[in-house]
Design a protein around this ligand. Structure first.
Ligand code: NAD
Length: 424
């Protein structure tokens, strides 16, 4: 049950986060437990109305949000989602997971997230630009390179970040590249950012596979979501000789037990905006995705996908959470009981925020690194995160998710405690 009057008690994602916090609490020392309620409520949540003049001259209103869950360790960091189902409690949960993620990677940020309730596919490019600029103007007073730095998420991309940077900069009277990350490279973006989240999924997955003696070469992999995260993870597993057997996106589910030719699928999706109809695989029923025989399952679409029922049916030995919050807590328990290794979202998909951190640093210094340097630093941080979380889990005899939360919550709550409550 939610502890906040403005949250729908039935909503999945925020309840999932609260349950995760309750699970970590017993592992924290008494002086830190005293501060745990800090994590159960966002520091700040802004709801904005976005009236837009559409191309046909009519006016349409959209609802936007920016939530700053915790700023104890530094400025807020987190993406902006454009999706028809965006609502406050979902953005709250996503912002809270950012707090945990930046802390577990030990990046000097807090957690934030934004969103607009819109189907971006239904807007023209000009309408999307107007919506983005209006949204930026409405949240401009709480974002900034030292306050809160947005980035892309589902339904947004480098172009959207470019418009945000330009709108924010116009109000400041000078170019402020550090206000968003995930920008086009020629506008202060970082090399390697677009592929960073998918790369992190692969790197953490590869490390975890070694720990459980699962050979990636020849392993069967299924991926839900073939967007930014899912497609790059699939590319890298494909390049390591894994067999990508099943892929699902918003258009449907495709299966080829001999392995999908991922480079050809990339070209097909680029042209057709979805995997359905690709002639190198058969179409199957969407729900059947969860029954397909596979060694590694990568949910890389939306949250709340692995339900209790699906957790009982799926055959994977390892789950790599590319998406944020894809697994319900009750499903988590079943997966653990069944001996399935879960690399939790807060480390598995942290490659994006890590390279966002590099982008922010490069923008401040106005000195840009090569892609090779970026990937090398990213891989090093991700491998270290898996090591840290793995040894914390072994030490505490707990799951990787709880271990990640232990490391993160200790860092966040120590910062909260050391800063003190002001005014007291
Ligand atoms: P994206 O918009 O590029 O791709 C989303 C994919 O999910 C698309 O292939 C879409 O077809 C598919 N999808 C949407 N609804 C679906 C449904 N109902 N069933 C099956 N597939 C569906 O988004 P993305 O950036 O790849 O993000 C995917 C997930 O990864 C999200 O949970 C996001 O929060 C998380 N994430 C993204 C980043 C990043 O850097 N982009 C970083 C961390 C976490």
């Amino acid at each position: 049950m939610s502890n906040l009057s403005y949250v729908d008690a039935e909503n999945g994602a925020w309840q999932t986060f609260l349950a995760q916090i309750d699970r970590v609490a017993p592992y924290l020392s008494g002086d830190l437990q005293e501060y745990i309620d800090t994590l159960k409520r966002p520091k700040r949540a802004l709801i904005v109305d976005l009236p837009i003049v559409m191309d046909d001259g009519s006016i349409q209103h959209f609802e936007g949000y920016r939530v700053q869950h915790n700023l104890s360790r530094g400025p807020g960091k987190g993406g902006i989602r454009y999706h028809p189902n965006v609502e406050l409690s979902e953005v709250m949960a996503l912002s809270a997971w950012m707090t945990i993620k930046t802390a577990v990677l030990n990046l000097p940020f807090g957690g934030a997230k934004g969103g607009v309730r819109v189907d971006p596919r239904k807007l023209s490019t000009r309408e999307l630009e107007r919506l983005t600029r209006r949204y930026t103007s409405e949240i401009a007073h709480i974002i900034g390179p030292q306050k809160d730095i947005p980035a892309p998420d589902v339904g947004t991309n480098a172009n959207v970040m470019g418009w945000i940077m330009d709108t924010y900069s116009s109000a400041q009277g000078h170019t402020v590249t550090g206000v968003v990350t995930g920008k086009p490279v020629h506008l202060g973006g970082s090399l390697g950012r677009v592929k960073a989240t998918g790369r992190g999924v692969y790197v953490t997955g590869y490390e975890a596979a070694k720990k459980i003696n699962l050979k990636v070469d020849g392993a069967k992999v299924s991926v839900q979501g073939f967007g930014n995260v899912g497609s790059e993870a699939a590319n890298l597993f494909y390049a390591s000789n894994a067999k990508i057997v099943c892929i699902q996106d918003h258009t449907g589910t495709i299966l080829n037990e001999a392995g999908i030719d991922v480079p050809s699928l990339n070209a097909y999706v680029e042209k057709n905006q979805g995997v359905l109809g690709f002639d190198g695989a058969a179409q199957i029923d969407n729900e059947h995705f969860w029954d397909v025989e596979t060694d590694i399952l990568i949910p890389a679409a939306l949250e709340s996908q692995i339900t209790v029922d699906r957790a009982r049916r799926l055959t994977a030995k390892m789950i790599l959470e590319g998406a944020n919050g894809p697994t319900y807590p009750a499903a988590d328990d079943i997966l653990i009981e069944r001996g399935i290794t879960i690399v939790p979202d807060v480390i598995c998909n942290a490659g994006g925020v890590t390279v966002s951190y590099f982008e922010w640093v490069q923008d401040f210094a106005s000195y840009f690194w090569s892609e090779e340097e970026i990937n090398e630093r990213l891989d090093r941080l991700m491998v270290q995160a898996v090591e840290d979380v793995w040894s914390c889990a072994t030490q505490n005899k707990c799951t990787l998710r709880t271990a990640a939360y232990i490391l993160a919550c200790e860092r966040i709550l120590k910062a909260r405690k050391e800063r003190g409550i002001f005014p007291g």
